[in-house]
Design a protein around this ligand. Sequence first.
Ligand code: PLP
Length: 400
Amino acid sequence: MEERLIYLDNNATTKIDERVLEAMMPYFKQEYANPSSMYNFSKKSSNAIKEARGKVKDFLNAKDEKEIIFTSCGSESANTAIRGFLNYNDKTKKHIITSAVEHPCVLNVYRNLEKQGYKVDYIGVNSNGEINLEELKDKVKQDTALVSIMWANNETGILNPIEKISDIVKTKNPDTKLFVDGVQAAGKVPIDVQSANVDMLGISGHKFHAPKGIGALYINSKTMITPLIIGGHQERGKRAGTENTPYIVGIGKAAELACDNLQYEMTEVKRLRDKLESGIVKSIYNARVNTGAAQRVPNTTNIGFEYIEGELILLHLSDLGICASSGSACTSGSLEPSHVLRAMNVPFTAIHGSIRWSLSRFTTESEIDYVLEKLPQVIESIAKISPYQKELAQLKSLRA
Ligand code: PLP
């Protein structure tokens, strides 16, 4: 076992930025006042929350900081937006739309709503993972209350054309609301909720170098929700509970840093991702990029290694100190390929051997070089024990 750690699983979570932690520390120690209290001691906490809200507002280019509420995570943001809006809305509108490749925090809410009597359409994707816009156009009807489409996919990094999607939805039915799961886009590509014309958008701090346990939800001033958590008047009555001051300060600082680093993400992180991707495809004959040439966030690549098992690759990489993740989730003892890759019709030969690599601004060139040096041997050793020797030999001669 090697001591080194090469962390290429930044779509799962990210390392907290030291500057974020530093900004949070006073609110764990001396500035512990309840921000809603009347005395002067609470002013620093309430001002810090106001400042953080302003930073998240700028990060998303919202019009007003009143449109930002703090939550505990991306999942809570999605649940609050979807359920909160439907609970408030006209109950006769029973049709809702999402895509087949959403994160479970949206998909499972929709499945649950289906059981409660909502009619749901799940929009499909093409083999690159891109949403079928014609299908979306066709499905939006007069009784469509809500459409939920993610900005970027967590497994493939595929970017959806949100502005175009909003245009399609609003042209078909101006009353239909659009919720966007922005969790994997935040900090990787510019987000502008006004120009994209979205009604609600969720983000999660731990995906852009804030700690786990803090998220935010943008709700534009024309959209009303019924809160999921009822109690005190915090977050303008949209989410009760004493504010988590240190974590709110943390997501605010992380949002500010994400704005500062966006250009770096889109150039340098992308360069390293492209180097990793092209290096793998060049040196490993059974590797294929699962997304083709479609538009993606700059940090992600999803690569299928044909005729071998992803879990085995991950175990070998883990022994080398390399963290990546598999497109497969282990469910009830059987290895089920991911719903995203299945919706894309990734061939059977590659779906079980698909690995997601996700970089961050902390990824270095020497880390990428190390992966490119070690991975061919890892794949070769696993291919040797694959039951598909004939197919692998054919592939090798085909791509030689
Ligand atoms: N949405 C997407 C696209 C995600 O990738 C994730 C987390 O992986 C979430 C939502 C949920 O975020 P959280 O873990 O903060 O609940």
